[in-house]
Design a protein around this ligand. Structure first.
Ligand code: HEM
Length: 231
């Protein structure tokens, strides 16, 4: 029984299992592709890109709230595949949009609609982030790499604005975005409170890292292994 448990744990912790989990929505979308329902593919791929974005950007404030949580530590260690999945679903979304709208004149006209203009900006940033989400870029860019990865916040804001503007009257969409907004407000307020308190109190520990260096855990990047999150 113990061996079965260990094997199951190893299977659940395997990187491939996590990628398979991330690919599940795409597998369901293939049914739409097979029956030519491209509109559903655009909608579903956009929605899952945005949802994985919300999860990825929620990890840092959630880690601050629950530094001892094993689930949070498990998720933080998988920030890179999560981030890359955002880009891959956004890419599927973009390609299915171009297939549905092959007329580039219409694509050019669409470009100037605010919700689509923001989407293009988000997509370009996501592409840059995904392309540099590897150890080689990390070594090559050095400290500039971290500031580059901070663009994920801008990409996130643009993509979520695109989602909200595209589905303005859809309460379900607001329900999915509101927790991330609340968590980011908590995080900023916490940072300001700490700054106002100055270095008076000794830094508390946050998931193994010093809370005055939350960036050790909170790096938004999808490559930086949270070395401070020791199991
Ligand atoms: C060049 C880039 C992009 C273009 C041209 C684009 C285009 C569109 C269009 C035309 C729609 C409306 C679909 C419809 O109602 O039929 C849409 C919806 C949406 N897009 Fe994008 N998009 C882009 C990038 C993104 C990115 C980067 C994300 C997220 C990370 C995203 C997430 C969404 C979501 C969540 C929806 C709402 C889907 C629904 O109807 O429920 N899009 N997009």
């Amino acid at each position: 029984m113990r061996l079965v448990g260990q094997r199951l744990l190893r299977f659940l912790n395997a990187r491939l299992t996590f990628w398979a989990l991330l690919a599940l929505p795409a597998i369901f979308m293939m049914a739409h592709v097979a029956s030519g329902r491209l509109g559903y593919v655009i909608q579903d791929s956009g929605t899952w890109a945005a949802r994985f974005f919300v999860v990825t950007m929620s990890l840092t404030p959630l880690m601050m709230l629950f530094p001892k949580s094993r689930v949070m530590r498990w998720l933080v260690k998988r920030r890179r595949p999560l981030g890359v999945a955002v880009f891959l679903y956004a890419l599927l979304h973009f390609i299915s949009y171009l297939i549905r709208e092959p007329n580039l004149t219409i694509v050019a006209i669409d470009f100037w609609r605010i919700e689509i203009f923001l989407a293009w900006m988000a997509f370009v940033l996501l592409a840059v982030l995904a392309i540099t989400s590897n150890e080689w870029s990390l070594r090559r860019l050095g400290p500039r790499w971290k500031s580059l990865q901070r663009l994920s916040y801008l990409a996130g804001g643009l993509a979520l604005a695109h989602w909200l503007l595209t589905k303005l009257d859809d309460k379900i969409v607001w329900l999915q975005v509101a927790p991330l907004i609340a968590l980011q407000v908590y995080r900023i307020a916490r940072g300001l409170r700490r700054r106002r308190a100055g270095a008076s109190s000794p830094p508390a520990r946050l998931g193994g890292a010093r809370s005055d260096r939350p960036d050790r855990v909170s790096c938004p990047c999808w490559v930086c292994r949270p070395t401070s999150v020791r199991q």
